[in-house]
Design a protein around this ligand. Structure first.
Ligand code: G3I
Ligand code: 9MR
Ligand code: ZN
Length: 757
């Protein structure tokens, strides 16, 4: 078989609908196809912008790209299955053997493939392999985009059978450079096949991709512009510490702060000594301009370097950001129509959900979509609720209270009659890049977990405290749900959740539920004043952590911000020393990092971890009044908003440079980043193909890419936004008010509760 054609193929639509373009043939499309193509091209355009220059990977001269002969196992080859497909993949006698029991319900329901293949626009390639099958059937072999529209760069429809055939296909890459293409064989349900194919095995051998000619290829990967002078791109409050970071300094010693429009210099300062920043693979210099306090719009300049992006100094620089950080949650609402411009959509996920392994159906509509996917997960929701309601208690804001109730109402539906709480509700697997109302597969409620139950218990106890004044009946309902969950926890030991067979959505597994139980006990104690909960918290022992897996610090926050706290109790003093010692580590890390960031390691969701560190420092400031803690807390905010090695404001739609291609299904589908979302950020573990393809040369602190396929660096979640909301609230301590004030003063919230003694 030999084509020199480029064809487009979308494995997510059926064969007959597929758009195939062969050179020399006319293209006939109906309206639906034209729309699909237009959407596809828009998505491709989105996916191929803003690749950091640092990730440039050059291909050697023409020659072999890869060969797989399967003599020593299957290497990086893997299988992809949709829920209805059933197959196994292994290397067998020097061949790759795909043993298929069921072809499932789509052509890609059973796939074998090899990812991370670099293809350069205008380069010529030859793909070759030997394929056979124990039965006569039809399969497709192609190299495709692994994400986006899954367009094929080269495609063959193959009639395979017991006699091995050699397939050889020369093609020119016509699309933009793609360093993460995937060679796949669609071995699922094919229209050309007889119904009820018997179980069979497909063998593959001597797979080879060669580059024949790359003289016309342009191997430049369009890079994100990296700035030379970094600041918080939104700005600063007048009394805050303000430090700009410089790179590429040669022998300059001074910098200036100038009015952004008149360019009039308002301040001249001295650059610090050079600071090494090996994690970011650069040297940096700092410029402190804290003494500039007059409100206005400014830039930072330094001879020989490009000016900074403009930023403002104002009493209230983050009020829009605060509002949008909460509004994002409203746009993530599930189960009711959402109105939000391009992101409006009709009610989604409204059908009853099946309890896993049973025929029982329950109503679990509502809540927020977790992230770039549409799952709803209790432990993730609890982290968000914790941030929002502790933020509310620190600085009452009605928008927080109203929006959080939407999630709490859903969580209440996730509690089983026995008091335990189901771990999550999702479909079996993640959908493609569709709007939420178009994810219509069966909803499955996965079994109760003790982490979800304890997180639920803590969240409901916290809600009972937070809603006491605004809605006492609701507070009472939440407290009753919390007490019921607590009884369940007392009767049931730790059991870890892992995805039940057939379910492949987010796991949110955990090694222990001790920290969740600690949070629940502390919060129940603060809400009810009952000594048994304090005893329970003490017997579990003080815990820490502010993420979905470790939540002990929420228990500490509950104890430490309890207006009736007994400050001499051992639980209180231990909570305080835990928080202060964490804050001291963050202050120390922050002082050593040119950008002031408190982390020394960046994992999946590091922007949350940065915000969490800021929250802990903010709390330490409230407890001690020491300025170093407030400075460190604000430094974390500055990092998130632009003072970082990527010179990016990590909240969509804010600052001069922000993520345009978040891994967020509605944003991909609409071709525009929804505003007000904090992306996951730097993750040096390279946990998705886009990160692996484009960041393999990047310094650890720069492993982030504005690519919609990079779910491990550029996704968004409700529980990455919520710590931003909390951080904005807790740093709002020196005069200005970010959130609009709730009419009910803080103290009233506790009326009617005994509190602790
Ligand atoms: O904590 C370890 C650290 O000790 C270790 O050094 C490091 C090395 O890689 O890994 C760290 O663990 C990481 C963990 O997140 C905490 O950061 C894991 O590698 C990483 O795989 C794990 O990622 C989680 C991801 O799901 C995959 O399970 C994210 O935290 C979590 O936020 C994310 O959640 C997903 C949901 O499943 C589905 N919905 C979207 C959501 C966001 O991406
Ligand atoms: O979209 C999914 C994202 O929300 C998750 O965080 C991520 C990790 O579990 O998985 C994403 O889904 C990807 C899947 O894991 C692999 N195939 C591509 C999917 C992205 O569309
Ligand atoms: Zn939904």
């Amino acid at each position: 078989m030999r084509y020199s054609a480029l064809e487009y193929y979308d494995p997510r639509i059926t064969d007959s609908q597929n758009l195939k373009f062969r050179e020399g043939k006319s293209i006939i499309m109906n309206k639906k196809m034209t729309r699909k193509l237009a959407a596809g091209l828009a998505a491709i355009a989105m996916l191929t912008t803003a690749m950091p220059v640092s990730s440039l990977t050059a291909l050697a001269a023409p020659g072999e790209v890869f060969t797989s002969n399967f003599d020593n196992g299957m290497g990086d080859w893997s299988m992809y299955k949709e829920p209805k497909g059933d197959a196994t993949l292994k290397a067998d006698g020097g061949k790759l053997a795909l043993n298929i029991k069921s072809v499932g319900d789509k052509n890609y329901a059973v796939q074998m493939g090899l990812g991370l293949i670099p293809l350069y626009k205008n380069a010529k390639y030859r793909l070759s392999y030997e394929i056979s099958c124990t039965t006569e059937r039809y399969v497709e072999g192609m190299i495709q985009q692994n994400g986006g529209t899954y367009q094929a760069y080269v495609w063959d429809g193959l009639n395979v059978g017991p006699t091995a055939q050699k397939v050889e296909h020369e093609f020119t890459m016509k699309e933009d450079n793609d360093l993460m293409a995937k060679l796949v064989f669609n071995c699922g349900l094919q229209e050309n096949d007889p119904a009820n194919l018997p179980a069979h095995t497909i063998y593959l051998d001597n797979v080879k991709l060669e580059c024949l000619d790359d003289s016309a290829a342009d191997k430049t990967i369009a890079g994100a512009k990296t700035a030379s002078i970094m600041t918080n791109q939104i700005g600063y409050k007048p009394n805050s510490q303000k430090i700009a970071v410089f790179r590429g300094v040669t022998n300059q010693t001074e910098f200036t702060v100038a009015d952004a429009s008149t360019k009039k210099v308002v301040y001249t300062g001295k650059l610090s000594a050079k600071m090494g920043n090996s994690g970011a693979g650069e040297d940096d210099w700092q410029g402190d301009f804290s003494s500039v306090k007059e409100t206005g719009k400014y830039i930072i300049t330094c001879t020989g370097l490009e000016d900074s992006y403009p930023f403002e100094i104002s009493a209230n620089p983050y009020s829009d950001l605060f509002d949008d950080s909460v509004k994002m949650l409203a746009l993530q609402r599930c189960g009711e129509a959402v109105s939000g411009g391009k992101f409006s959509h009709p009610a989604c996920h409204t059908s009853l959900a099946t309890i896993y392994g049973t025929n029982q159906k329950i109503d679990v509509t509502g809540g927020w979509h977790d992230a770039g996917d549409y799952g709803r997960y209790v432990v993730a929701g609890a982290k968000a609720v914790g941030d929002l309601l502790y933020a509310y208690l620190a600085n009452p804001n009605k928008a927080i209270l109203d929006e959080t109730k939407y999630e709490l109402d859903w969580m209440l539906k996730m509690q089983a009659d026995n008091g335990g709480v189901y771990h999550k509700v999702t479909c079996e697997s993640f959908p493609g890049f569709v709007m939420p109302e178009d994810e219509t597969a069966e909803l499955i409620v996965t079994p109760i977990s003790s982490t979800a139950t304890a997180d639920f218990c803590a969240s409901m106890a916290l809600a009972a405290q937070a809603y006491k004044t605004a809605d006492s009946a609701y507070a009472a309902k939440c407290l009753a749900a919390a007490e019921k969950a607590w009884k369940y926890l007392e009767a049931n030991p730790n059991f870890n959740f892992s995805n039940p067979s057939g379910v492949t959505t987010g796991e949110y597994g955990d090694k222990t539920d001790k920290d969740e139980r600690y949070w629940a006990a502390c919060q129940l104690y603060v809400t009810t004043g009952e000594a048994k909960y304090l005893q329970a918290a003490e017997s579990i022992g003080t815990k820490d952590g502010l993420d979905w897996a470790t939540v002990g610090d929420y228990g500490n926050i509950a104890l430490l911000t309890n207006p009736k706290a007994d400050k001499s109790s051992s639980a209180y003093t231990k909570a305080k020393s835990t928080v202060i010692s964490e804050a001291d580590t963050f202050v120390s890390n922050s002082s050593k990092n040119p950008y002031g960031v408190a982390l020394t390691k960046f994992d999946w969701g590091s922007n949350m971890t940065v915000a969490n560190a800021g929250i802990i420092c903010g709390l330490a400031y409230q407890l001690t009044g020491e300025a170093k803690y407030l400075n460190a807390a604000e430094a974390q905010l500055n990092y998130l908003l632009g003072s970082n090695p990527l010179s990016t404001c990590f909240v969509t739609g804010y600052g001069t440079v922000s993520p345009k291609n978040p891994h967020h299904r509605p944003s991909v589908k609409q071709g525009e980043a929804m505003k007000g979302m904090l992306v996951g950020g730097v993750n040096s573990a390279l946990e998705d193909d886009a990160a692996k393809a484009y960041l393999k040369e990047a310094a650890p602190y720069k492993c982030w890419i504005d690519n919609a396929d990079s779910y491990s660096t550029n996704e968004i979640t409700i529980y990455w936004n919520s710590p931003l909301t909390y951080l904005l609230t807790i740093t709002d301590t020196n005069g200005s008010t970010t959130p609009s004030q709730d009419p009910n003063p803080h103290e009233q919230i506790f009326t009617g509760y005994s509190g602790s003694e």
